[in-house]
Design a protein around this ligand. Sequence first.
Ligand SMILES: *Cc1c(COP(=O)(O)O)cnc(C)c1O
Length: 465
Amino acid sequence: MRYYSTRSASHKAGYAQAALAGLAPDGGLFIPEEIPPYPRSVLSSLGSMEFPDIAFETIRPYVHPEIPDAVLGDMVRDAYPFGAPLVAVGDRFMLELFHGPTAAFKDFGARFMARSFSYLRRGESKPLRILVATSGDTGGAVADGFFGVQGISVTVLYPKGRVTPLQEKQIAGLGGNIQALAVEGSFDDCQALVKAAFADQDLQKHLALSSANSINISRLIPQAAYYAAAAGRAAVGKSDPGGEATPRVADNGVSGRQDPDRRDSALGSGGDSYRELVVSVPSGNFGNLTAGLYAKAMGAPIALFIAATNVNKTVPDYLADGDYRPRPSQATISNAMDVGAPSNFERMASHWSYDELKKSIQGVWVSDEATRETIQQVRRDAAYFLDPHGAVGWNGADQLIRQGGLPRCPLAILGTAHPAKFAEVVEPLAGKPPLPPSLARLEGRGAEGETIPNSFEALRGVLYA
Ligand SMILES: *Cc1c(COP(=O)(O)O)cnc(C)c1O
């Protein structure tokens, strides 16, 4: 596969170059020259394939021939010992993306990224240094994904005092090849520091620097796999029993398969296909939704996406009137989505026109108050714990159902994080969510981030040390 920059078709690169550089030399994002369709044989068996096999089929054309099939096969098996269960909850499905080691969907991208970087850098003597700014979840997933990987070290910058204690342990509790810097500033400050580091020629000469933010194509592509897996299973009427870490309350009497009659009453009448899935995507930087659009373009049976945001509704506003107005972010309780200038928008808009995007995506936004009510209501009515991000996805779908704006198809909400990861918000509303093993193992872990002032000089000093 060849990739080119969203800002100029002349910056072509192969997978290795696009992935290792992160950003194109002109500041654009790398996009694939084409979005390859799934082979027919794959599409017809999506519903029965194992997740790693779907991941293999999804990723293969994007890394071919730089990552040989046999190597890719080992990578996806090693990266995804956990899957993405599609669990029936009330009148819809939850696609639970939080069964990885850091209990958020970013594990899917970060774990593949780490393995592919390690392979692409084989035989290099100069160690690679990955710089990443995080508001919480990205840092943990990237740190965990790269922990112990030979020849690669990671520096995570996070806003001091503004990530949860669990997130801080995930970022700053590993040690080894993972360096954690608590910056006396905001997430935007952390991002600005990372940008400044990439713009510094001396630093570039001194260190082999790479980024791991969600603009990186190697994080995006593997995420398309769980959309295809979910749509394939829904199309043949399959769902998964709640796994061990599923935050359902025991003995609730509500579980079981999705009941299509209830879907009917929830959605009113309509004549659309039953075989395609509607997917509600709680969105911030729009990497996840872009991956969904790739899956749909590859042929996964998806009717429509719901782009559900919190008050940071830059994209829903754009979908409403065609005018893209990025803005400063506002703090909310679904803080992994507090993004006012979503970086993947440039990628979406470069693949698809406004009219095409409007056909595939319905935008909607959800207030903190409605998010809280949804957490309470779903716990009460369906005995299921939502995290604040999943609750945004759930409530956004409800709003569109009420407006009659959804086709009559099965509906899946992406559960982007385990509710126990956001216990400070969830517990007062819905009681204490069960702690999954991935988070329970953090209990004895410390968090030793090094505090640095919000200054590039300080960051440079640390990187040169
Ligand atoms: C990162 C994140 C999101 C937002 O995903 P984007 O790809 O940035 O749109 C949503 N929920 C959780 C829990 C996250 O960590």
